[in-house]
Design a protein around this ligand. Structure first.
Ligand code: UDX
Ligand code: UDX
Length: 464
């Protein structure tokens, strides 16, 4: 089975970069990314490649190379579904905000809509690939919808979870630790479909790193990987609080522990809490699935990872209030960073949002600077919480264009995202322009505490 036309539904943080790399590595395949969001597609097609809607180091060069050659962005979903031999589903699967499973289960509304659309349009056999992270056994639902169209078209469903991390998406796609492809191993058609996808990845990935498995294992592996990663962050964050009480230093602990090859050194960076579109959503989803099978102990075990993360965000914000003599009302707090990690403009579930919300409840005046996040996005994130009206948010929050401006006449600075540029700020000048005592709260352990204390700052570093 040779694939010549790929369509990807969903031009987001997953669909966009993944398809750009496939197009770059496989010039003989036409790759079209479709999305119902016209503004997003227009941005992907912007003549100036620096205006593509997703900020990822290295991505705009790849788009520049492949776009118009064999990489296309379009809103003509029906037409592209019809043309494709292989369709990736990369639409969002947010946590449900209503009804059964509210606040826990993944909302599969968009996935189902895609399946129904494919079923309605398809006139030739197609391979449908789940790229979005989904609850285990979603492939069964897709199959049920696709196989009951009655028009004789045959579908093969594969699971091919994405393991890229934002900020390093290009590198992760170029050199993945592994690619996972789940499918129907029991039939020739199933195995052929899996091979077709293996052949695509083989254009740049050594075959030893391309794993095939049954479809349920593949779906569950993605949830498991994210749960384990998030668990490590919550584990080290739990230790950070204990370090603060005992005089231990969390970086020293992480280093000593991480050098044990059975534990490993990655993902032990203590922080103000993990964010991003995946960790919380996937763990909630895992908890929900476990509960639905009556596995309450399994559910409670994983839920604790989220509870710890919520605690970490809250206690960082509370520390600011306590340190500022138990009130921040009317005080200016500069927040450096809004994205959930450096090198991305994505803010979903960013710890900064929750810290800001806490401070706003305390009537602080919050001034925010992030190198890549727009003012529009920051106000949208605050409004999404639903705790205050947009006009109230705008009364208390100001978004500025530089860190220096944010810190001017501030009572305190809170560092929320580990952007490299924050390391090189002129901290002497910032100190001079702040109110005294000048407090600094480093939620990322990015800055040198001793240097800052020498300047005159009162410094709190998470985990020290
Ligand atoms: C999303 C999920 O968050 C992640 O769990 C999953 O693994 C992949 O999909 P991401 O790419 O980051 O990841 O989401 P997002 O940036 O929101 O992009 C999804 C896109 O799908 C949006 O641009 C949206 O407009 C589009 N979409 C959604 C459609 O084109 N059709 C739909 O029916 C629904
Ligand atoms: C994650 C997974 O890493 C990726 O494999 C999956 O496909 C999607 O979810 P992402 O959310 O993009 O990727 O970023 P990641 O680097 O995992 O960071 C998630 C959050 O954890 C960030 O807020 C980050 O700052 C935080 N983090 C990460 C820590 O606080 N400490 C660490 O040691 C690592």
């Amino acid at each position: 089975m040779k694939i010549t036309n790929i369509c990807c539904i969903g031009a987001g943080y997953v669909g966009g970069p993944t398809m750009a790399i496939i197009a770059q590595k496989c010039p003989s395949i036409t790759v079209t990314v479709v999305d119902i969001n016209e503004k997003r597609i227009a941005a992907w097609n912007d003549e100036d490649v620096n205006k593509i809607p997703i900020y990822e180091p290295g991505l705009s060069d790849i788009v520049k190379e492949a776009r118009g050659r064999n990489l296309f962005f379009s809103t003509e979903v029906d037409k592209e579904i019809d043309k494709a031999d292989m369709i990736f589903i990369s639409v969002n699967t947010p946590t449900k905000t209503y009804g059964m499973g509210k606040g826990m289960a993944a909302d599969l509304k968009y996935i189902e809509l895609c399946a129904r659309q494919i079923a309605r349009i398809a006139k030739t056999d197609k391979i449908v690939v789940e790229k979005s992270t989904l609850p285990v056994r979603t492939a069964q639902a897709l199959k049920d919808i696709l196989e009951n169209t009655g028009n004789g078209v045959k579908f093969q469903i594969l699971s091919n979870p994405e393991f890229l991390a934002e900020g390093t998406a290009v590198e992760d796609l170029n050199n993945p630790d592994r690619v996972l492809i789940g499918g129907d191993l029991d039939t020739t058609e199933g195995r052929d479909a899996m091979q077709a996808l293996v052949d695509i990845y083989s254009n740049w990935i050594p075959s030893i790193q391309i794993l095939t498995s049954n479809i349920w294992s593949s779906e569950l592996s993605k949830l498991t990987a994210n749960a384990f990663l998030a668990q490590r962050v919550s584990s080290i964050n739990a230790m950070s609080e204990l370090c603060e009480k005992t005089g231990a230093d969390v970086n020293e602990v992480a280093k000593a522990v991480g050098m044990d090859s059975r534990i490993g050194s990655k993902f032990l960076q203590s922080s103000v809490g993990f964010g991003g579109s995946c960790f919380q959503k996937d763990i909630l989803n895992l908890v929900y699935i476990a509960k639905s099978y009556g596995l309450n102990e399994v559910a409670d075990y994983w839920e604790q990872v989220i509870l710890m993360n919520d605690h970490q965000k809250r206690r960082f914000a509370a520390k600011i209030v306590q340190t500022l003599f138990n009130t921040v009302s009317g005080k200016k707090i500069a927040m450096l960073g809004w994205a959930f990690k450096k090198d991305t403009n994505d803010t979903r579930e960013s710890a900064a949002i929750y810290v800001a919300d806490y401070l706003l409840n305390e009537q602080a005046e919050v001034v925010i600077y992030d190198p890549k996040v727009t003012e529009e996005q920051i106000f949208a994130d605050l409004e999404y919480l639903g705790n205050r009206s947009d006009s109230e948010n705008r009364r208390l929050v100001t978004v500025v264009k530089s860190a220096k401006e944010a810190c001017n006449e501030a009572h305190a600075v809170a560092l929320l995202t580990e952007w490299d540029e924050f390391k090189d700020l002129n901290w002497n000048q910032i100190y001079d322009n702040m109110l005294k005592p000048a407090f600094l709260f480093d939620g990322r352990r990015l800055l040198n505490k001793t240097d800052l204390e020498e300047i005159g700052f009162d410094v709190f570093v998470i985990g020290s």
